[in-house]
Design a protein around this ligand. Structure first.
Ligand code: IPE
Ligand code: IPE
Ligand code: MG
Length: 248
């Protein structure tokens, strides 16, 4: 079971153990070049490959990428279906390589809305890489932080109906194992590319004490120097978890 930053003070090091990224700016990257937005998504896949590689080398243990939010269904139908196709393609093409590199792949989110073929590919990819441990790569797809908190509450109440009779007994230790990221420590570093400074319903519960880094760089342009700069910035943060500087 993973420790909670609000219940214990986590051990930290200069390199983030868990990095969570909102990969934003694909559409604007393409529009600037007079290309269709979908060209930005295709280019963005290359950045994913680079970042996975670099995180493995840097010693990041958990990398979580926001690929499709529970609100992204509101986009035009052709964009949504291109994103689904890219997801299928990536699973078909990349899983073998990930498996060889020691990467364990997981997909979190409400998968029930995906078509059966995609769900099947996800299941196979997770099974095929389940023995790996060098880097835990998680793709958040049809994920929403509010959905996660609600689904965890539902699962908890189904498993422990007696807690509903005594709600004051309920604590984090009961609840957090049902969150979809329960297998990972809380993110140390959060990066959002593309210039927006918001969470867009990403890991609402888990980001409580995460260091938040925002960059104007569009995701397709985000390169190894940009990631290095984010790591350096992270290394200089004083993570107090509620304490004073003098106590550290
Ligand atoms: C992020 O890029 C990718 C997804 C949300 C799937 P966007 O598509 O949001 O790009 P912008 O923000 O419109 O530039
Ligand atoms: C957040 O980006 C979701 C992903 C990157 C997958 P959005 O582009 O959907 O966020 P908003 O709509 O600008 O807040
Ligand atoms: Mg966006």
């Amino acid at each position: 079971m993973q420790l909670s930053s609000t219940q214990t003070i986590p051990e930290i090091s200069g390199v983030p153990r868990h990095l969570a990224i909102i990969m934003d700016g694909n559409g604007r990257w393409a529009t600037r070049r007079l290309l269709p937005r979908t060209a930005g998504h295709m280019k963005g896949v290359q950045t994913v490959r680079r970042v996975v590689e670099q995180c493995g080398q840097a010693g990041v243990k958990y990398l979580t990428l926001f690929a499709f939010s529970s609100e992204n269904w509101r986009r035009p139908e052709d964009e949504v279906s291109l994103l689904m196709r890219l997801f299928v393609q990536a699973l078909e093409k990349e899983v073998h390589k990930l498996e060889k590199k020691g990467v364990r792949l997981r997909v979190v989110g409400d998968l029930s809305r995906f078509d059966p073929h995609l769900r099947e590919l996800i299941q196979q990819a997770e099974a095929k890489t389940a023995h790996n441990d060098s880097l835990h790569l998680t793709i958040a797809a049809n994920y929403g932080g509010r959905w996660d908190i609600l689904q965890a509450t539902q699962q908890l109440l189904l498993a422990r109906p007696e807690l509903a009779q005594d709600p004051t007994a309920l604590n984090e230790t009961h609840f957090s194992p049902y969150l979809s990221m329960a297998f990972a420590p809380e993110p140390d570093l959060f990066i959002r590319t593309g210039g927006e400074q918001r969470l867009s319903n990403f890991l609402m519960w888990q980001l409580a004490y995460t260091e938040l880094y925002f960059t104007e760089i569009y995701w397709p342009d985000f390169n190894s120097d940009h990631l290095k700069a984010a790591f350096e910035w992270y290394g200089q943060r004083e993570r107090r978890f509620g304490r004073t500087s003098a106590q550290l």
